[in-house]
Design a protein around this ligand. Structure first.
Ligand code: BTN
Length: 254
């Protein structure tokens, strides 16, 4: 990744890191620290999670051998500037994986909004959770799970692991790349001010722009052509009749 520095709010020394053995969930651990008054910029990693969480209330199986990492940020940006943070986090994971995957690995891309795919198969999960704290601060946790030695069975989409892609490094080594990439990306993001730069970089590694897709929304599914993302990071679905901006949903390539 380039060393673009904007706000320069973050450097490698900004962050603390606690490496734990077993936790329920690194996201839960970060939120608990925030409630206890932690000032933020804290990474929590664990070798194993007993109650890892995925999106939409799904469980995230968390055996030893994969990376489980959460970053606690406190008031990282004004609330109206936070929408692009999931795209920025995906860029950091993408950069970390690009640093460690061998040439022989399949194509590394991001599926909207923040699934990092290798050969169109899911290699990681990202779960952002926010909470208003009693003292008026807002905690934001970016939780990242990367399939390294283990992966779940294929579900509605394909799944892969770094080991299957010819990369057999340790979670600790991968975390050092993620730590560096996240620092860079947070500076590029510039507290949400540089959303256009983040979306431009996101588009350069996007999966499937121009292809037919189905988007599952909470109440219905819509099909159309993936026209790209706008400068706020919303997915633009070309339904044939209109260009429809979508803020949240699960995307499937048809
Ligand atoms: C998804 O469903 O794709 C998101 C999965 C996010 C899993 C990670 S593992 C580290 C962090 N702790 C959790 O409990 N969840 C996230």
């Amino acid at each position: 990744m380039s060393t673009t520095r904007r706000g320069g709010r973050y450097s490698l020394d900004t962050f603390r890191h606690e490496a734990l053995d077993e936790v329920t969930s690194t996201n839960t651990e970060c939120l608990a620290r925030a409630r206890q008054g932690d000032p933020g910029n804290l990474w929590v990693t664990a070798r194993r999670q007993t109650a890892g969480r995925g999106r939409r209330g799904r469980a995230w199986t968390s055996e030893t051998g994969n990376l489980y990492a959460s970053l606690l940020l406190i008031d990282p940006a004004p609330p109206e500037q936070l929408a692009s943070l999931p795209l920025a986090v995906a860029l950091a994971v993408h950069g970390a994986l690009r640093s460690v995957l061998p040439q022989s690995a399949e194509k590394l891309e991001i599926k909207w909004p923040n699934d990092v795919l290798i050969g169109r198969k899911k290699s990681c999960g990202i779960l952002l959770e926010g909470e208003g704290l009693a003292d008026g601060r807002r905690a934001l946790v970016a939780g990242i799970g990367i399939n390294m030695r283990h992966r779940p069975e294929d579900g509605p989409y394909g799944v892969t692991s770094l080991q299957e892609q010819g990369c057999d490094i340790s979670p600790e080594e991968l975390f050092s790349h993620l730590y560096r990439e996240m620092t860079e990306v947070l500076n590029l993001w510039d507290e949400g001010r540089a959303v256009a730069d983040v979306t431009a970089r996101w588009r350069s590694v996007a999966c499937g722009i121009g292809e037919p897709i189905r988007v599952n929304l909470p109440d219905r599914s819509i099909e159309g052509r993936f026209a790209g993302i706008d400068d706020r990071g919303l997915l633009i679905l070309d339904t044939g009749n209109a260009m429809m901006p979508i803020a949240a949903g699960d995307v499937f390539f048809l």
